[in-house]
Design a protein around this ligand. Structure first.
Ligand code: PLP
Length: 377
């Protein structure tokens, strides 16, 4: 097989993990549903597979392709982004101290607080855009540092290189949740050790499959533990799920470009709208970390948030009136979504009451803008 790691991203996305099926000539990869694989007469497994929880041809193709896409050397796929996140924390040990981005994905925050703190992980949530907070946390010898950028739902931009460097100097593992910007920012270029994706979002790209993956820059002891947890814990994606996620990857770079361009047009429109108080989008020059975003991102992705003039009721009314934007959670699909975050996250939410989050899809941006315009009234 070609070494697709050296190809440009678009080419790599189409070809990595793909080969014409040698027995039939099928161009689209077959789905290997078999849970078990034949052993050779001498007892070995010369074809590389024994039992699907351990590995499977579709999963292996997906893991190779996504590790190549991010410029890593190894990967472990899971049944969801949260299962992948869990595997990283399960690879730590009780008493380990971790630093988390304050507005990391809500589910990640919940998982750490509700499950891993009970099992002895110590965690602090800090705003990694505030140096004094970062200093205070690093004074406590972290074992792991969790970066998520752009963040959810406030689109904060963390300087990946800076935090990864500090983690390295402190002997800590740095993880970047890159779910919001696959192909737009490559965290390994900035010295991060591990990348996490919820492949449910942009990589799957069509709101029809759950998945997650952990990608390692190098094959480390920690990564060996993560792979062990994958095979022994068994929170693995089905062969069909792997096939769907890999199909999503094929068009990812082109979709990200279109998502980003649509979102930028909408951000500009909203920033000038009299019913809008504030727009959170790293592609706008008014964003407080626009310069950092420019330095580490090629484009700025399809996620943006804005606050309407008024409170929760006004925001809910706007979401009720859209005709193209669908009221639903999640992100990264072809269809545009609108969501009132505070009411979905519940009482512990940090989202402003008047905030609406958009996952900008692949419709024409003029139609999306007209839809928001009529909804804002
Ligand atoms: C959705 C999401 C996750 C969790 O992934 P699931 O596939 O829903 O389990 C983790 N991180 C980010 C940034 C997400 O958007």
């Amino acid at each position: 097989m070609n070494d697709w790691r050296k190809a440009r991203l678009e080419t790599l996305a189409v070809h990595a993990g793909h080969s014409v099926d040698p027995s039939t000539g099928a161009v689209s990869a077959p789905i290997h549903l078999s849970t078990t694989f034949e052993r050779d007469a001498d007892g070995s497994y010369s074809r590389g597979f024994s039992y699907t929880r351990r590995s499977n041809p579709n999963r292996e193709a997906l893991e190779y392709a996504l590790s190549a896409f991010e410029g890593g050397t190894t990967a472990a796929a899971f049944a969801s982004g949260s299962a992948a996140t869990s595997a990283i924390f399960e690879a730590l040990k009780p008493g380990d101290y971790v630093i988390m981005q304050t507005d990391a994905y809500y589910g990640t925050t919940q998982l750490v607080r509700d499950v891993f703190v009970r099992w002895g992980i110590e965690a602090d949530f800090v705003d990694m855009t505030v140096p004094a907070e970062v200093d205070r946390a690093f004074a406590r010898k972290p074992r792991l540092v969790w970066i998520e950028t752009p963040s959810n739902p406030l689109l904060k931009i963390v300087d990946i290189e800076k935090i990864a460097e500090r983690a390295r100097a402190a002997g800590a593992i740095s993880v970047c949740d890159n779910t919001w910007a696959p192909g737009l920012q490559r965290p390994f270029d900035f010295g991060v050790d591990v990348i996490l994706h919820s492949t449910t979002k942009y990589i799957g790209g069509h709101c029809d499959v759950l998945g997650g993956i952990v990608i390692g820059r190098e094959e480390t002891e920690l990564f060996g533990k993560i792979r062990g947890i994958q095979g022994e814990g068994g929170a693995v994606p089905s062969p069909f799920d792997c096939w769907l996620v890999l199909r999503g990857l094929r068009t990812l770079p082109w979709r990200m470009r279109a998502h980003s361009q649509n979102a930028l047009a909408i951000a500009r429109f909203l920033a000038a709208h009299p019913q809008v108080n504030r727009v959170y989008y790293p592609g706008l020059p008014t964003h407080p970390a626009h310069e950092t975003a420019l330095a580490q991102m090629r484009e700025f992705s399809g996620m943006l948030s804005f606050e309407v003039k008024g409170e929760q009721e006004t925001a809910m009314k706007v979401a009720a009136k859209t005709k193209i934007f669908i009221r639903a959670t999640s992100l990264g699909g072809v269809e545009s979504l609108i969501e009132h975050r505070a009411s979905i996250e519940g009482p512990a939410t940090r989202a402003p009451k008047g905030l609406l989050r958009l996952s900008v899809g692949l419709e024409h941006h003029d139609d999306l803008i007209a839809d928001l315009d009529q909804a804002l009234g």
